[in-house]
Design a protein. Structure first.
Length: 211
C-alpha cells in the first residue's frame, strides 16, 4: 500500500505507508466528493504488484467496472481515448484467455517442454495488460496534484500534518547533532589508548637499539 504526504516541493509524492496521511487526504477528498480519484490511483498501484496472470485479469476487470465503466458507481474523470484504449486492452485479454483455455485443454497430454513454452507465451501476453491502466493512473495523479492537493495543503488538516512533519524532522536533526557529542568521550579514550601503545612500542625499540 502507498500513501501520499506533504513534502517541501509542494508535490504529491509516493511514500511508505502512512495511514494517518492517507486517511486525512481521503477525508479531504470526500468533503469535495472526489475520493474515488485517490482510490483509483491506489488500486492501480496494487494492480502493478500482481504477479499471477489469473488474479491480474480479475483485478483488471474489477478496476474497470468500479472506476472506468460509463455506468461505474465511482467513475473517475478520464478522456474518451484513454477509456477506449483500456476497453480494447481488456477485450484483447479476454480473447487471449479463451484461446489459452482451449489450448490448455488440447495440450493436457503434451510433454513438459511444450507446457513451458505455453507459460512463456502467457507471460508475453500478460505484458500489455500489466500496463493497461498506466495512462489513466497518470492522468488522475496529475489531476489530484494540480487541483485538490494545493487546497488540501492550505486546509486545516493539511497544515496540521505539515506542522507535525516539521516537528518530527526537527527532532531527528537534534538527535543527529547530539549523538557525536555523546560518543566523544569514548572516541577520546580510544585515541589515548592508541597513543599510549605507540609510545610503548617506541620505548621498546630504543632499548633494543641500545643493547
Amino acid at each position: 500500500m502507498f500513501s501520499v504526504f506533504w513534502c517541501g516541493t509542494h508535490r504529491l509524492r509516493q511514500a511508505p505507508p502512512s495511514s494517518e496521511h492517507l486517511a486525512t487526504f481521503r477525508a479531504f477528498l470526500r468533503s469535495e466528493f472526489s475520493e474515488e480519484n485517490l482510490d483509483f490511483w491506489l488500486a492501480c498501484e496494487a494492480f502493478g504488484q500482481i504477479a499471477s496472470p489469473g488474479e491480474r485479469h480479475r483485478q483488471a476487470e474489477h478496476i474497470y467496472q468500479e472506476f472506468l465503466h460509463p455506468n461505474a458507481r465511482r467513475e473517475v474523470n478520464v478522456d474518451q481515448c484513454t477509456r477506449e484504449r483500456i476497453q480494447s486492452c481488456l477485450a484483447l485479454q479476454q480473447q487471449q484467455q479463451k484461446q489459452q483455455q482451449q489450448q490448455q485443454q488440447q495440450q493436457q497430454q503434451q510433454k513438459q517442454q511444450q507446457q513451458q513454452q505455453q507459460q512463456q507465451k502467457q507471460q508475453q501476453q500478460q505484458r500489455p495488460l500489466a500496463r493497461c491502466f498506466e495512462e489513466a493512473q497518470r492522468n488522475i495523479y496529475l489531476l489530484m496534484e494540480r487541483d485538490p492537493w494545493p487546497r488540501f495543503l492550505g486546509s486545516g488538516a493539511g497544515l496540521s500534518l505539515r506542522q507535525k512533519a516539521s516537528t518530527v524532522n526537527s527532532h531527528h536533526i537534534t538527535i543527529a547533532m547530539e549523538t557525536p557529542r555523546e560518543e566523544a568521550p569514548a572516541v577520546a579514550a580510544a585515541a589515548a589508548a592508541l597513543a599510549g601503545g605507540v609510545a610503548q612500542q617506541r620505548h621498546h625499540l630504543r632499548n633494543c637499539v641500545k643493547q
